[in-house]
Design a protein around this ligand. Structure first.
Ligand code: TYM
Length: 333
């Protein structure tokens, strides 16, 4: 069997980038015969980004409801909340003691924070918590715990998965072959979905389009996507166009090809935006209805997460016993 695993940090409202980059491909992959899928809410990771308990709670509910509304089948998929699996932080420690500090020094997110401080003339570590530094080790524990082969993610997570591989290989070398080496599964066409301003869609750039915004809000957001000033009738470039990339992410190859022709023929921006709105609406509207129903039933979601955690721990507990044994903490017998 092929094991697939991915997680989303519970620090915000799910956006089109999370959906196209991770949720949609993960759900498609989970339907393949011969696959076992592990999809989870990365709530320990959220504490690195926010210290607002309300936000973590709300986001956990929203992201769980999003997975379910998007069609995740909890009978087939191991669907759980990271913090319900105490074996994960324990494995994190066991990996920490064997992971090179030099490796973690090179992590993009940590390095970007330090570089920014230096550029601003601040202390290099100002405002940097140890969670940010350790982020890739926690993520390695998430992945290695369930022996995932394939990790569907957007491009921004590739380095983390490579680090998980490095950490696993180093541990295996030291203690024997316990961990499976994971690989990122990237769908190139949506690996970096652009946001309103053309940069990567990201909570930190404040350029996101929420997946389940109302039609009216969605329409307004789409109207504000940055374009160049070419007039109707003037040929438009698809290369580097956020509008086109978003269109492509929510349409069939044939529809995207037709839009490419329309760009060349000089479609007006307003018309292209209307077409994008219609594509996204068509994809999102049926899910939105399920989402609204689910989000109003936190107890049901909680129940599903508890069931998922029990299923996941049935794998994690014995595997962690094996790892404890491997490093000399416990005998198995
Ligand atoms: P997070 O919560 O930032 O993002 C969740 C997923 O959405 C993808 N994504 C995008 N894809 C395409 N275009 C975009 N603009 C875009 N923005 C976000 C991300 O690449 C990601 O796949 N560290 C992870 C969560 C995590 C995890 C894991 C993932 C924790 N443990 C183990 C995989 C395996 C994160 O913060 O993703």
């Amino acid at each position: 069997v092929k094991r697939i695993l991915t997680g989303i940090t519970t620090s915000g409202t799910p956006h089109l980038g999370n959906y196209a980059g991770a949720i949609r491909p993960a759900i498609e992959a989970s339907r393949q015969p011969g696959s076992e899928s592990f999809y989870f809410l990365a709530d320990y990771h959220s504490l690195i980004k926010t210290s607002d308990p309300e936000r973590v709670q709300r986001s956990t509910l929203e992201i769980a409801a999003t997975w379910l509304a998007a069609g995740l089948d909890t009978d087939r998929v191991w669907f759980y909340r990271q913090s319900d699996i105490p074996e994960i932080p324990e494995l994190t420690w066991l990996l920490t003691c064997n992971a090179g500090k030099g490796l973690l020094n090179r992590a993009h997110a940590y390095k970007a924070a330090v570089d920014k401080n230096v550029a601003d003339g601040e202390d290099p570590d100002a405002g940097v918590n140890m969670g940010l530094f350790m982020y890739p080790v926690l993520m390695a524990a998430d992945i290695l715990m369930f022996k995932a082969h394939s990790v569907p993610v957007g491009r921004d997570q590739i380095q983390h998965i490579e680090m998980a591989r490095d950490i696993a290989a180093r541990f295996n070398h030291q203690y024997g072959e316990h961990f499976t080496l994971p690989e990122a599964a990237i769908d190139e066409s949506v690996a970096t979905l652009p946001g309103l301003d053309g940069r990567k869609m990201s909570k930190s750039y404040d350029n996101t389009i929420p997946l389940f915004a109302s039609s009216a809000v969605m329409k307004k957001a789409i109207a504000s996507i940055v374009t160049d000033s070419r007039a109707p009738g003037e040929p438009k470039e698809t290369e580097g166009s956020a509008l086109f990339q978003l269109y492509q992410a929510f349409s069939t190859p044939a529809e995207a090809a037709a839009m490419r022709d329309a760009f060349a023929a000089g479609i007006a921006w307003g018309e292209a935006k209307q077409a994008l709105f219609e594509r996204i609406e068509a994809a999102v509207a049926p899910m939105r209805e399920r989402y609204e129903t689910l989000i109003a039933q936190p107890a049901l979601i909680e129940e599903k997460l508890h069931e998922g955690a029990a299923k996941a721990r049935a794998i994690a507990t014995p595997f962690l016993a094996e790892i404890r044994h491997a490093v000399g903490l416990r005998r198995l017998d």
